[in-house]
Design a protein. Structure first.
Length: 115
């Protein structure tokens, strides 16, 4: 029996998008740049302060640590942004599907609908 890999067009991209969107902090970072600001460059401190404001159980310092050690590197690896640890600056590149994905997730999993 020959083993063939089952491969659908765009499967890897779908997996990357769903992985990024599977975490609340990463969704909040994307939402910040897509919906809350026109800026594409932000300081780590400002981003962490925003996250602690929208996720009350998350202190600003804890947000910075989580961003630096986990979420910014993952978003950087997948091409969503760049993080300069020396200057603590985040440069957002986004994704062509970000706004649509956020809206679809919001409609699917919450009562927040854009009418």
């Amino acid at each position: 029996m020959t083993t063939h890999a089952c491969h659908l067009d765009g499967e890897a991209e779908i997996d990357r998008l769903l992985d990024v969107m599977s975490n609340r902090l990463r969704r909040a970072v994307i939402y910040y740049f897509e919906e809350q600001t026109e800026r594409t460059v932000e300081s780590l401190s400002s981003l962490a302060a925003y996250l602690s404001a929208v996720i009350p159980s998350l202190a600003t310092n804890a947000a910075k640590i989580k961003l630096i050690h986990k979420h910014l590197p993952q978003l950087e690896t997948t091409g969503w942004l760049e993080f300069d640890g020396r200057t603590e600056t985040v440069v957002y590149h986004g994704n062509d599907y970000a706004a649509t994905l956020l809206a679809d997730l919001r409609m699917t999993f919450t009562d927040e609908h854009d009418d």
